[in-house]
Design a protein around this ligand. Structure first.
Ligand code: C2E
Ligand code: CA
Ligand code: CA
Length: 494
Protein backbone atom coordinates (compact mmCIF):
# COMPACT_ATOMS: atom_id res chain seq x y z
CA UNK A 1 0.00 0.00 0.00
CA UNK A 2 1.69 3.17 -1.14
CA UNK A 3 -1.01 5.84 -1.17
CA UNK A 4 -4.32 6.67 0.50
CA UNK A 5 -6.79 9.22 -0.93
CA UNK A 6 -9.53 10.49 1.39
CA UNK A 7 -12.62 12.63 1.14
CA UNK A 8 -14.81 13.58 4.13
CA UNK A 9 -18.48 12.55 4.21
CA UNK A 10 -20.33 15.74 5.08
CA UNK A 11 -24.00 15.94 6.08
CA UNK A 12 -26.31 18.62 4.68
CA UNK A 13 -25.95 20.36 8.05
CA UNK A 14 -22.19 20.57 7.59
CA UNK A 15 -21.50 17.92 10.22
CA UNK A 16 -18.74 15.45 9.34
CA UNK A 17 -20.23 11.98 9.30
CA UNK A 18 -17.16 10.00 8.27
CA UNK A 19 -14.58 9.64 5.58
CA UNK A 20 -14.19 7.75 2.30
CA UNK A 21 -10.72 6.24 1.86
CA UNK A 22 -9.17 4.72 -1.25
CA UNK A 23 -5.92 2.75 -0.90
CA UNK A 24 -3.47 2.41 -3.82
CA UNK A 25 -0.59 0.09 -4.56
CA UNK A 26 1.37 2.93 -6.11
CA UNK A 27 2.36 6.32 -4.82
CA UNK A 28 0.63 9.13 -6.71
CA UNK A 29 -1.95 11.92 -6.39
CA UNK A 30 -5.45 11.36 -7.86
CA UNK A 31 -6.25 12.62 -11.30
CA UNK A 32 -9.22 14.94 -11.76
CA UNK A 33 -11.59 12.11 -12.83
CA UNK A 34 -10.51 9.95 -9.84
CA UNK A 35 -10.96 12.82 -7.48
CA UNK A 36 -14.47 13.36 -8.82
CA UNK A 37 -15.23 9.67 -8.36
CA UNK A 38 -14.07 9.91 -4.74
CA UNK A 39 -16.26 12.98 -4.18
CA UNK A 40 -19.24 11.22 -5.69
CA UNK A 41 -18.66 8.24 -3.42
CA UNK A 42 -18.59 10.46 -0.33
CA UNK A 43 -21.73 12.31 -1.47
CA UNK A 44 -23.56 9.02 -1.95
CA UNK A 45 -22.39 7.87 1.49
CA UNK A 46 -23.67 11.07 3.04
CA UNK A 47 -27.09 10.62 1.43
CA UNK A 48 -27.26 7.00 2.57
CA UNK A 49 -26.18 7.76 6.13
CA UNK A 50 -28.56 10.69 6.49
CA UNK A 51 -31.41 8.63 5.17
CA UNK A 52 -30.69 5.87 7.64
CA UNK A 53 -30.50 8.37 10.47
CA UNK A 54 -33.83 9.88 9.47
CA UNK A 55 -35.39 6.45 9.25
CA UNK A 56 -34.31 5.47 12.73
CA UNK A 57 -35.37 8.86 14.07
CA UNK A 58 -38.78 8.39 12.54
CA UNK A 59 -38.96 4.87 13.84
CA UNK A 60 -38.11 6.19 17.30
CA UNK A 61 -40.77 8.86 17.08
CA UNK A 62 -43.33 6.33 15.94
CA UNK A 63 -42.44 3.95 18.75
CA UNK A 64 -41.71 6.16 21.75
CA UNK A 65 -43.75 8.66 23.67
CA UNK A 66 -42.18 12.09 23.14
CA UNK A 67 -43.04 13.34 26.64
CA UNK A 68 -41.77 10.52 28.83
CA UNK A 69 -39.47 8.71 26.39
CA UNK A 70 -41.25 5.46 27.23
CA UNK A 71 -42.35 3.02 24.53
CA UNK A 72 -45.75 4.01 23.18
CA UNK A 73 -48.85 1.91 22.59
CA UNK A 74 -47.56 0.70 19.23
CA UNK A 75 -44.19 -0.49 20.41
CA UNK A 76 -45.78 -2.00 23.49
CA UNK A 77 -48.15 -3.94 21.24
CA UNK A 78 -45.20 -5.26 19.21
CA UNK A 79 -43.28 -6.31 22.32
CA UNK A 80 -46.33 -7.93 23.85
CA UNK A 81 -46.95 -9.87 20.64
CA UNK A 82 -43.34 -11.08 20.60
CA UNK A 83 -43.33 -12.04 24.25
CA UNK A 84 -46.65 -13.84 24.06
CA UNK A 85 -45.35 -15.84 21.08
CA UNK A 86 -42.21 -16.72 23.06
CA UNK A 87 -44.22 -17.66 26.13
CA UNK A 88 -46.46 -19.83 24.00
CA UNK A 89 -43.48 -21.74 22.66
CA UNK A 90 -41.66 -22.09 25.96
CA UNK A 91 -44.69 -22.50 28.19
CA UNK A 92 -43.67 -19.56 30.37
CA UNK A 93 -45.90 -16.93 31.98
CA UNK A 94 -46.20 -13.19 31.70
CA UNK A 95 -48.43 -10.53 33.19
CA UNK A 96 -49.49 -7.01 32.41
CA UNK A 97 -50.29 -4.25 34.87
CA UNK A 98 -52.63 -1.59 33.61
CA UNK A 99 -52.01 1.62 35.53
CA UNK A 100 -54.37 4.57 35.50
CA UNK A 101 -53.67 7.67 37.55
CA UNK A 102 -56.41 8.82 39.88
CA UNK A 103 -57.42 12.47 39.72
CA UNK A 104 -54.83 13.34 37.07
CA UNK A 105 -57.41 15.42 35.26
CA UNK A 106 -57.91 17.52 38.36
CA UNK A 107 -54.19 18.26 38.59
CA UNK A 108 -54.13 19.16 34.92
CA UNK A 109 -57.14 21.42 35.30
CA UNK A 110 -56.02 23.19 38.42
CA UNK A 111 -52.27 23.54 37.79
CA UNK A 112 -52.31 23.60 33.99
CA UNK A 113 -50.92 21.35 31.26
CA UNK A 114 -47.31 22.29 31.87
CA UNK A 115 -47.40 20.84 35.38
CA UNK A 116 -49.60 17.99 34.20
CA UNK A 117 -46.78 17.04 31.81
CA UNK A 118 -44.18 17.32 34.57
CA UNK A 119 -46.27 15.04 36.72
CA UNK A 120 -46.48 12.44 33.95
CA UNK A 121 -42.71 12.48 33.50
CA UNK A 122 -42.26 12.08 37.24
CA UNK A 123 -44.75 9.23 37.32
CA UNK A 124 -43.02 7.42 34.46
CA UNK A 125 -39.72 7.54 36.35
CA UNK A 126 -41.37 6.21 39.49
CA UNK A 127 -42.93 3.29 37.68
CA UNK A 128 -39.59 2.42 36.04
CA UNK A 129 -37.98 2.29 39.48
CA UNK A 130 -40.43 -0.39 40.58
CA UNK A 131 -39.63 -2.93 37.88
CA UNK A 132 -36.64 -4.85 36.54
CA UNK A 133 -34.55 -3.64 33.62
CA UNK A 134 -35.97 -6.44 31.47
CA UNK A 135 -39.60 -5.43 32.09
CA UNK A 136 -41.29 -3.04 29.69
CA UNK A 137 -42.99 0.12 30.92
CA UNK A 138 -45.03 1.94 28.30
CA UNK A 139 -47.34 4.94 28.15
CA UNK A 140 -50.54 4.13 26.35
CA UNK A 141 -51.66 7.74 26.22
CA UNK A 142 -53.09 10.33 28.62
CA UNK A 143 -52.57 9.12 32.17
CA UNK A 144 -52.53 5.44 31.25
CA UNK A 145 -49.41 3.35 31.65
CA UNK A 146 -48.79 -0.34 31.28
CA UNK A 147 -46.10 -2.68 32.56
CA UNK A 148 -45.16 -5.99 30.98
CA UNK A 149 -43.62 -8.41 33.47
CA UNK A 150 -41.91 -11.50 32.11
CA UNK A 151 -41.60 -14.91 33.74
CA UNK A 152 -43.90 -14.23 36.64
CA UNK A 153 -46.62 -16.60 37.57
CA UNK A 154 -46.99 -16.13 41.31
CA UNK A 155 -49.65 -13.68 42.29
CA UNK A 156 -47.65 -12.77 45.41
CA UNK A 157 -44.91 -11.42 43.18
CA UNK A 158 -47.37 -9.44 41.04
CA UNK A 159 -48.99 -8.13 44.17
CA UNK A 160 -45.64 -6.93 45.44
CA UNK A 161 -44.86 -5.03 42.24
CA UNK A 162 -48.34 -3.50 42.09
CA UNK A 163 -48.24 -2.45 45.74
CA UNK A 164 -44.80 -0.99 45.23
CA UNK A 165 -46.05 1.16 42.39
CA UNK A 166 -49.05 2.28 44.43
CA UNK A 167 -46.82 3.22 47.37
CA UNK A 168 -44.44 5.10 45.09
CA UNK A 169 -47.30 7.04 43.55
CA UNK A 170 -48.70 8.09 46.88
CA UNK A 171 -45.71 10.30 47.69
CA UNK A 172 -46.36 13.98 46.89
CA UNK A 173 -44.83 15.35 43.70
CA UNK A 174 -43.13 18.74 43.91
CA UNK A 175 -43.66 20.82 40.80
CA UNK A 176 -41.84 24.12 41.31
CA UNK A 177 -43.81 25.79 44.09
CA UNK A 178 -46.73 23.41 43.81
CA UNK A 179 -47.29 20.08 45.42
CA UNK A 180 -49.45 17.61 43.53
CA UNK A 181 -50.92 14.46 44.95
CA UNK A 182 -51.85 11.55 42.82
CA UNK A 183 -52.45 7.86 43.22
CA UNK A 184 -52.82 4.91 40.92
CA UNK A 185 -55.42 2.25 40.22
CA UNK A 186 -53.92 -0.93 38.79
CA UNK A 187 -55.47 -3.87 36.98
CA UNK A 188 -53.51 -7.11 36.65
CA UNK A 189 -53.98 -9.85 34.06
CA UNK A 190 -51.78 -12.87 33.36
CA UNK A 191 -50.97 -14.95 30.33
CA UNK A 192 -52.06 -17.69 29.88
CA UNK A 193 -54.19 -17.92 33.03
CA UNK A 194 -56.58 -15.04 32.25
CA UNK A 195 -56.37 -14.75 28.50
CA UNK A 196 -54.53 -16.33 25.61
CA UNK A 197 -54.79 -13.58 23.01
CA UNK A 198 -53.26 -10.13 23.16
CA UNK A 199 -56.55 -8.28 22.80
CA UNK A 200 -58.18 -10.41 25.47
CA UNK A 201 -55.22 -9.89 27.80
CA UNK A 202 -55.30 -6.11 27.40
CA UNK A 203 -59.05 -6.07 27.87
CA UNK A 204 -58.77 -8.25 30.99
CA UNK A 205 -56.22 -5.90 32.55
CA UNK A 206 -58.43 -2.95 31.63
CA UNK A 207 -61.45 -4.52 33.30
CA UNK A 208 -59.41 -5.30 36.40
CA UNK A 209 -58.26 -1.68 36.47
CA UNK A 210 -61.87 -0.48 36.39
CA UNK A 211 -62.61 -2.85 39.25
CA UNK A 212 -59.76 -1.22 41.20
CA UNK A 213 -61.21 2.22 40.43
CA UNK A 214 -64.61 1.23 41.69
CA UNK A 215 -63.10 -0.31 44.84
CA UNK A 216 -62.17 3.24 45.70
CA UNK A 217 -58.98 3.89 43.69
CA UNK A 218 -55.42 3.83 44.99
CA UNK A 219 -55.43 0.02 44.90
CA UNK A 220 -54.91 -2.92 42.56
CA UNK A 221 -57.21 -5.64 41.39
CA UNK A 222 -56.64 -9.01 39.69
CA UNK A 223 -58.74 -10.02 36.73
CA UNK A 224 -61.34 -12.61 37.73
CA UNK A 225 -63.72 -14.95 36.00
CA UNK A 226 -66.61 -12.91 37.40
CA UNK A 227 -65.31 -9.89 35.51
CA UNK A 228 -65.24 -11.92 32.34
CA UNK A 229 -68.84 -13.00 32.84
CA UNK A 230 -69.79 -9.43 33.61
CA UNK A 231 -68.11 -8.25 30.42
CA UNK A 232 -69.98 -10.87 28.42
CA UNK A 233 -73.24 -9.84 29.99
CA UNK A 234 -72.54 -6.22 29.19
CA UNK A 235 -71.97 -7.13 25.58
CA UNK A 236 -75.20 -9.06 25.49
CA UNK A 237 -77.16 -6.29 27.21
CA UNK A 238 -75.60 -3.75 24.87
CA UNK A 239 -76.90 -5.58 21.83
CA UNK A 240 -80.37 -5.79 23.28
CA UNK A 241 -80.28 -2.16 24.31
CA UNK A 242 -80.00 -1.15 20.66
CA UNK A 243 -83.53 -2.39 20.09
CA UNK A 244 -84.97 -1.44 23.45
CA UNK A 245 -86.31 1.94 22.28
CA UNK A 246 -88.01 0.60 19.17
CA UNK A 247 -89.41 -2.34 21.12
CA UNK A 248 -90.78 0.19 23.63
CA UNK A 249 -89.05 -1.46 26.56
CA UNK A 250 -87.78 1.82 28.01
CA UNK A 251 -89.88 3.90 30.37
CA UNK A 252 -89.40 6.93 32.50
CA UNK A 253 -90.40 7.00 36.13
CA UNK A 254 -90.98 10.23 37.98
CA UNK A 255 -89.87 10.83 41.55
CA UNK A 256 -91.54 13.73 43.38
CA UNK A 257 -89.43 16.57 44.75
CA UNK A 258 -91.05 18.41 47.61
CA UNK A 259 -90.79 22.04 48.69
CA UNK A 260 -89.64 21.56 52.28
CA UNK A 261 -91.50 24.53 53.70
CA UNK A 262 -94.88 24.01 52.03
CA UNK A 263 -94.74 20.22 51.74
CA UNK A 264 -96.01 20.47 48.13
CA UNK A 265 -94.70 18.43 45.24
CA UNK A 266 -93.27 21.11 42.99
CA UNK A 267 -90.73 19.22 40.96
CA UNK A 268 -89.96 15.72 39.77
CA UNK A 269 -86.91 13.90 38.50
CA UNK A 270 -87.27 11.70 35.42
CA UNK A 271 -85.43 8.40 35.94
CA UNK A 272 -85.12 5.87 33.17
CA UNK A 273 -86.10 2.21 33.52
CA UNK A 274 -85.68 -0.71 31.15
CA UNK A 275 -88.44 -3.30 31.32
CA UNK A 276 -86.40 -6.22 30.01
CA UNK A 277 -88.47 -9.23 28.86
CA UNK A 278 -86.14 -11.64 30.70
CA UNK A 279 -84.46 -9.76 33.54
CA UNK A 280 -87.39 -7.58 34.60
CA UNK A 281 -86.73 -3.95 35.54
CA UNK A 282 -83.09 -3.21 34.81
CA UNK A 283 -81.88 -0.20 36.84
CA UNK A 284 -80.15 2.65 34.99
CA UNK A 285 -76.82 2.05 36.76
CA UNK A 286 -76.65 -1.25 34.87
CA UNK A 287 -77.32 0.02 31.37
CA UNK A 288 -76.54 3.74 31.18
CA UNK A 289 -72.76 3.08 31.24
CA UNK A 290 -73.25 0.56 28.42
CA UNK A 291 -75.33 3.08 26.48
CA UNK A 292 -72.53 5.59 26.94
CA UNK A 293 -69.88 3.18 25.77
CA UNK A 294 -71.87 2.20 22.70
CA UNK A 295 -72.86 5.74 21.77
CA UNK A 296 -76.54 4.91 22.31
CA UNK A 297 -76.78 7.53 25.03
CA UNK A 298 -77.64 10.26 22.52
CA UNK A 299 -80.77 8.55 21.25
CA UNK A 300 -81.72 7.42 24.73
CA UNK A 301 -81.08 10.89 26.18
CA UNK A 302 -83.26 12.50 23.51
CA UNK A 303 -85.97 9.97 24.15
CA UNK A 304 -85.90 10.63 27.91
CA UNK A 305 -86.14 14.36 27.36
CA UNK A 306 -89.15 14.01 25.04
CA UNK A 307 -90.89 11.68 27.48
CA UNK A 308 -90.19 14.07 30.34
CA UNK A 309 -91.54 16.99 28.29
CA UNK A 310 -94.72 15.04 27.54
CA UNK A 311 -95.03 14.23 31.25
CA UNK A 312 -94.67 17.93 32.02
CA UNK A 313 -97.50 18.65 29.61
CA UNK A 314 -99.69 16.07 31.42
CA UNK A 315 -98.80 17.52 34.81
CA UNK A 316 -99.81 21.01 33.72
CA UNK A 317 -103.13 19.55 32.53
CA UNK A 318 -103.94 17.55 35.67
CA UNK A 319 -102.81 20.13 38.26
CA UNK A 320 -103.63 23.74 37.85
CA UNK A 321 -102.89 24.83 41.44
CA UNK A 322 -99.19 25.71 41.85
CA UNK A 323 -98.49 24.95 38.19
CA UNK A 324 -96.51 28.12 37.92
CA UNK A 325 -93.68 26.37 39.76
CA UNK A 326 -93.61 22.82 38.40
CA UNK A 327 -90.38 21.55 36.95
CA UNK A 328 -89.19 18.18 35.70
CA UNK A 329 -85.50 17.39 35.61
CA UNK A 330 -83.67 14.98 33.33
CA UNK A 331 -80.24 13.50 33.90
CA UNK A 332 -77.65 14.19 31.30
CA UNK A 333 -74.40 12.30 31.23
CA UNK A 334 -71.13 13.91 30.22
CA UNK A 335 -71.03 11.85 27.03
CA UNK A 336 -74.18 13.55 25.79
CA UNK A 337 -72.34 16.85 25.77
CA UNK A 338 -69.80 15.86 23.17
CA UNK A 339 -72.28 16.48 20.36
CA UNK A 340 -71.97 19.97 18.94
CA UNK A 341 -75.63 20.86 18.81
CA UNK A 342 -76.61 19.30 22.11
CA UNK A 343 -80.11 20.30 23.13
CA UNK A 344 -81.04 22.20 19.94
CA UNK A 345 -83.80 19.75 19.11
CA UNK A 346 -85.04 19.68 22.68
CA UNK A 347 -85.71 23.38 22.56
CA UNK A 348 -87.67 22.97 19.35
CA UNK A 349 -89.64 20.10 20.84
CA UNK A 350 -90.66 22.13 23.90
CA UNK A 351 -91.78 25.01 21.69
CA UNK A 352 -93.93 22.66 19.62
CA UNK A 353 -95.56 21.33 22.79
CA UNK A 354 -96.05 24.91 23.95
CA UNK A 355 -94.27 24.33 27.25
CA UNK A 356 -92.30 27.27 28.65
CA UNK A 357 -88.62 26.29 28.79
CA UNK A 358 -88.17 26.94 32.49
CA UNK A 359 -90.34 23.91 33.28
CA UNK A 360 -87.36 21.71 32.36
CA UNK A 361 -84.19 21.23 34.40
CA UNK A 362 -80.99 19.56 33.21
CA UNK A 363 -79.13 17.55 35.87
CA UNK A 364 -75.42 17.28 35.29
CA UNK A 365 -72.56 15.93 37.40
CA UNK A 366 -69.35 17.61 38.39
CA UNK A 367 -67.24 15.45 36.12
CA UNK A 368 -68.79 17.32 33.22
CA UNK A 369 -67.54 20.63 34.55
CA UNK A 370 -64.01 19.28 34.62
CA UNK A 371 -64.07 18.91 30.85
CA UNK A 372 -63.33 21.46 28.16
CA UNK A 373 -64.36 24.53 30.04
CA UNK A 374 -65.48 26.98 27.40
CA UNK A 375 -67.22 24.33 25.36
CA UNK A 376 -69.20 23.05 28.33
CA UNK A 377 -69.94 26.53 29.55
CA UNK A 378 -71.27 27.54 26.13
CA UNK A 379 -73.44 24.46 25.88
CA UNK A 380 -74.86 24.92 29.37
CA UNK A 381 -75.40 28.57 28.67
CA UNK A 382 -77.47 27.68 25.61
CA UNK A 383 -79.94 25.87 27.89
CA UNK A 384 -79.98 28.75 30.32
CA UNK A 385 -80.38 31.35 27.60
CA UNK A 386 -83.68 29.83 26.56
CA UNK A 387 -84.75 29.63 30.20
CA UNK A 388 -84.07 26.05 31.26
CA UNK A 389 -82.46 25.47 34.65
CA UNK A 390 -79.32 23.52 35.50
CA UNK A 391 -78.91 21.32 38.58
CA UNK A 392 -75.60 19.95 39.80
CA UNK A 393 -76.21 16.33 40.81
CA UNK A 394 -74.54 14.18 43.49
CA UNK A 395 -72.83 17.20 45.02
CA UNK A 396 -70.26 16.26 47.60
CA UNK A 397 -69.16 12.97 46.08
CA UNK A 398 -66.70 14.23 43.51
CA UNK A 399 -64.35 17.11 43.35
CA UNK A 400 -66.84 19.48 44.99
CA UNK A 401 -65.01 22.54 43.92
CA UNK A 402 -66.65 25.77 44.94
CA UNK A 403 -64.87 27.54 42.12
CA UNK A 404 -66.85 25.53 39.57
CA UNK A 405 -70.07 26.74 41.08
CA UNK A 406 -69.00 30.30 40.58
CA UNK A 407 -67.69 29.76 37.07
CA UNK A 408 -70.71 27.94 35.70
CA UNK A 409 -74.23 29.22 35.91
CA UNK A 410 -76.06 26.68 37.98
CA UNK A 411 -79.50 26.98 39.58
CA UNK A 412 -79.77 23.98 41.89
CA UNK A 413 -77.35 21.95 43.90
CA UNK A 414 -78.37 18.41 44.77
CA UNK A 415 -76.85 17.26 48.04
CA UNK A 416 -75.80 13.66 47.59
CA UNK A 417 -77.60 10.83 49.31
CA UNK A 418 -74.44 9.77 51.14
CA UNK A 419 -74.58 12.88 53.36
CA UNK A 420 -78.28 12.61 53.95
CA UNK A 421 -78.01 8.94 54.93
CA UNK A 422 -75.85 9.58 57.99
CA UNK A 423 -77.31 12.92 59.01
CA UNK A 424 -78.85 11.53 62.17
CA UNK A 425 -75.75 9.71 63.34
CA UNK A 426 -72.82 11.70 62.07
CA UNK A 427 -72.55 15.27 63.32
CA UNK A 428 -69.93 15.94 60.62
CA UNK A 429 -72.44 15.20 57.89
CA UNK A 430 -74.85 17.64 59.43
CA UNK A 431 -72.12 20.27 59.45
CA UNK A 432 -71.26 19.50 55.81
CA UNK A 433 -74.91 19.66 54.76
CA UNK A 434 -75.30 22.97 56.54
CA UNK A 435 -72.12 24.36 54.98
CA UNK A 436 -73.28 23.31 51.51
CA UNK A 437 -76.66 24.99 51.99
CA UNK A 438 -75.17 28.23 53.32
CA UNK A 439 -72.62 28.37 50.55
CA UNK A 440 -75.17 27.56 47.85
CA UNK A 441 -77.48 30.29 49.09
CA UNK A 442 -74.62 32.79 49.12
CA UNK A 443 -74.01 31.96 45.46
CA UNK A 444 -77.71 32.29 44.67
CA UNK A 445 -78.39 28.56 44.24
CA UNK A 446 -81.23 26.53 45.73
CA UNK A 447 -80.55 23.16 47.33
CA UNK A 448 -82.26 19.81 46.88
CA UNK A 449 -81.43 16.97 49.28
CA UNK A 450 -81.50 13.49 47.72
CA UNK A 451 -82.33 10.17 49.33
CA UNK A 452 -84.40 11.46 52.23
CA UNK A 453 -85.78 8.33 53.85
CA UNK A 454 -86.86 9.36 57.35
CA UNK A 455 -88.80 12.14 58.98
CA UNK A 456 -85.84 12.93 61.20
CA UNK A 457 -83.65 13.53 58.15
CA UNK A 458 -86.27 15.82 56.71
CA UNK A 459 -86.45 17.79 59.99
CA UNK A 460 -82.69 18.20 60.12
CA UNK A 461 -82.57 19.33 56.50
CA UNK A 462 -85.26 21.86 57.24
CA UNK A 463 -83.20 23.10 60.19
CA UNK A 464 -80.12 23.68 58.08
CA UNK A 465 -82.19 25.63 55.56
CA UNK A 466 -82.39 23.15 52.67
CA UNK A 467 -85.01 24.20 50.07
CA UNK A 468 -86.26 20.93 48.53
CA UNK A 469 -86.24 17.26 49.43
CA UNK A 470 -86.50 14.09 47.38
CA UNK A 471 -86.54 10.53 48.64
CA UNK A 472 -88.40 7.41 49.66
CA UNK A 473 -89.77 9.23 52.72
CA UNK A 474 -92.04 11.06 50.28
CA UNK A 475 -92.26 8.66 47.38
CA UNK A 476 -90.26 6.25 45.26
CA UNK A 477 -89.90 6.91 41.52
CA UNK A 478 -93.17 5.83 39.85
CA UNK A 479 -94.65 5.44 36.37
CA UNK A 480 -95.85 8.69 34.83
CA UNK A 481 -99.58 7.99 35.17
CA UNK A 482 -99.15 6.93 38.78
CA UNK A 483 -97.30 10.18 39.42
CA UNK A 484 -100.22 12.14 37.93
CA UNK A 485 -102.64 10.36 40.29
CA UNK A 486 -100.24 10.98 43.18
CA UNK A 487 -99.95 14.71 42.55
CA UNK A 488 -103.63 15.24 41.83
CA UNK A 489 -104.57 13.43 45.04
CA UNK A 490 -102.13 15.64 46.96
CA UNK A 491 -103.58 18.72 45.31
CA UNK A 492 -107.12 17.69 46.19
CA UNK A 493 -106.28 17.03 49.85
CA UNK A 494 -104.62 20.38 50.38
P1 C2E B 1 -79.33 10.00 40.42
O1 C2E B 1 -79.47 11.03 39.38
O2 C2E B 1 -78.53 10.35 41.61
O3 C2E B 1 -80.80 9.59 40.82
C1 C2E B 1 -81.23 9.34 42.11
C2 C2E B 1 -81.24 7.88 42.41
O4 C2E B 1 -81.50 7.69 43.78
C3 C2E B 1 -82.33 7.13 41.66
O5 C2E B 1 -81.84 5.84 41.37
C4 C2E B 1 -83.44 7.07 42.70
O6 C2E B 1 -84.34 6.01 42.49
C5 C2E B 1 -82.64 6.86 43.96
N1 C2E B 1 -83.33 7.31 45.15
C6 C2E B 1 -84.20 8.33 45.25
N2 C2E B 1 -84.61 8.48 46.52
C7 C2E B 1 -83.98 7.54 47.25
C8 C2E B 1 -84.00 7.18 48.65
O7 C2E B 1 -84.67 7.77 49.47
N3 C2E B 1 -83.18 6.16 49.03
C9 C2E B 1 -82.42 5.49 48.15
N4 C2E B 1 -81.66 4.49 48.60
N5 C2E B 1 -82.39 5.79 46.82
C10 C2E B 1 -83.16 6.82 46.38
P2 C2E B 1 -82.03 5.20 39.96
O8 C2E B 1 -83.37 5.54 39.40
O9 C2E B 1 -81.66 3.76 40.07
O10 C2E B 1 -80.96 5.95 39.07
C11 C2E B 1 -79.60 5.76 39.27
C12 C2E B 1 -78.79 6.72 38.46
O11 C2E B 1 -78.91 6.46 37.06
C13 C2E B 1 -79.23 8.16 38.60
O12 C2E B 1 -78.69 8.66 39.78
C14 C2E B 1 -78.68 8.78 37.37
O13 C2E B 1 -77.32 9.12 37.55
C15 C2E B 1 -78.75 7.66 36.36
N6 C2E B 1 -79.90 7.90 35.48
C16 C2E B 1 -81.21 7.64 35.69
N7 C2E B 1 -81.96 8.01 34.63
C17 C2E B 1 -81.09 8.52 33.72
C18 C2E B 1 -81.24 9.09 32.40
O14 C2E B 1 -82.35 9.24 31.85
N8 C2E B 1 -80.10 9.51 31.77
C19 C2E B 1 -78.89 9.42 32.35
N9 C2E B 1 -77.83 9.86 31.67
N10 C2E B 1 -78.71 8.90 33.58
C20 C2E B 1 -79.80 8.46 34.26
CA1 CA C 1 -80.13 12.96 39.16
CA1 CA D 1 -78.08 12.25 42.43
Amino acid sequence: MLACWTDPIIASSGQVLGVVMAYLRESRAPEAAELELLRQASRLCSIAIERKQLESQMLHQASYDSLTGLPNRRLFGDRLREEVAKAERSGSHLAILFIDLDYFKEVNDTLGHHYGDQLLINVSLRIRQCVRESDTVARLGGDEFVVLLLDVSESACLERVAQNIIDMMAAPVHLDDHVAYTSASIGIASYPADATSITALMSAADQAMYAAKSKGRNCFSFFTLAMQQQAQQRLLLGNELRDAISKQQLQIFLQPIVDISSGHVVKAEALIRWAHPQYGMVPPDKFIPIAEEMGLIHDIGDWVFYQAAQAMQRWLEVCTVDNGVYQISVNMSARQFVHGDVGAEWIGYLSRLGIPMWHMVIEITESLLLGDETDVRNKLQRFRDVGMNIALDDFGTGYSSMSYLKKFNIDFLKIDRSFVRDLETDPNDRAIAEAIVVMAHKLGLKTIAEGVETEQQKIMLEEVGCDFVQGYFYAKPMPVEEFMTFVSAKGASR
